[in-house]
Ligand binder design. Structure first.
Ligand code: DX5
Ligand code: ZN
Length: 217
């Protein structure tokens, strides 16, 4: 199980410390939410900020682009040190070309979809992805509640990947806590983004709880 803390819930004024802390606490990846105030109604940070963050941890950078026209910025994010670049199907004119570009520049390619986007939309591209990111909240903000009806998409995707014998990672993002992580895992996900469930309280204990799901009744 891959645990990817979303730094959207971290202290932006002390990110160097936050990155060191989550690495020590046992995180597998760092999830970086890039928002443009256009594709989603919120703004965060871009490639120059990620480049600075890159020097404080050796954990893989899982960069989630919630931006219009992602094609224009892929080189910048790879230069900044992104290991995985996830783009949204809703923003792409030519998904095959964009995913191919990410891979050809040496990063892993991820494809995501919003809760109201049909899973069938990504079906033609699953063999071009290293990661498929299922959104279980509407993108834009941390701390929202998990949308249970999205579990069905994970199950469908799990079947498609198994049938085609693809080792693509199914990642889930939004409202993940010690309870919802178990449902997402049972549905077939293997990587889990968590913001508020990790950055509120003791990071190591929170990550351990997500892995052990030890608060499930
Ligand atoms: C939402 C972001 C998520 C978010 C998760 O647009 O993509 O990564 O930070 O935060 P929590 O875990 O608090 O729902
Ligand atoms: Zn995200």
């Amino acid at each position: 199980m891959i645990i990817a803390p979303s730094i959207l819930a971290a202290d932006f004024a002390h990110m160097a410390k936050e990155l060191c802390e989550i690495e020590k606490a046992g995180a597998d990846w760092v999830h970086l939410d890039v928002m443009d105030g256009h594709f989603v109604p919120n703004l965060t940070f871009g490639a120059p900020v990620i480049k600075k963050y890159r020097t404080y941890t050796s954990l893989p950078f899982d960069v989630h682009l919630m931006i219009s026209n992602p094609d224009d910025y892929i080189e910048d994010f790879i230069d900044a040190g992104a290991d995985i670049i996830t783009v949204h199907i809703e923003t792409l004119k030519n998904p095959k070309q964009t995913l191919g570009k990410i891979r050809s520049l040496g990063a892993k390619a991820g494809l995501s979809l919003n809760p109201d986007t049909n899973i069938e939309k990504i079906k033609p591209y699953i063999n071009l992805c290293d990661v498929i990111l299922i959104m279980t909240v509407n993108p834009g903000f941390g701390g929202q509640s998990f949308m249970y009806e999205q579990l069905e998409k994970i199950k469908i995707l799990r079947k498609w990947l198994d049938t085609e014998k693809l080792s693509t990672i199914i990642e889930v993002d939004g409202g993940i806590n010690h309870k919802t992580i178990q449902l997402a895992e049972q549905a077939g996900a293997t990587a889990f983004v968590a913001g508020s469930a990790i950055f509120n309280g003791n990071y190591a204990n929170n990550i351990k709880s997500l892995r052990n799901k030890d608060f499930i009744k």
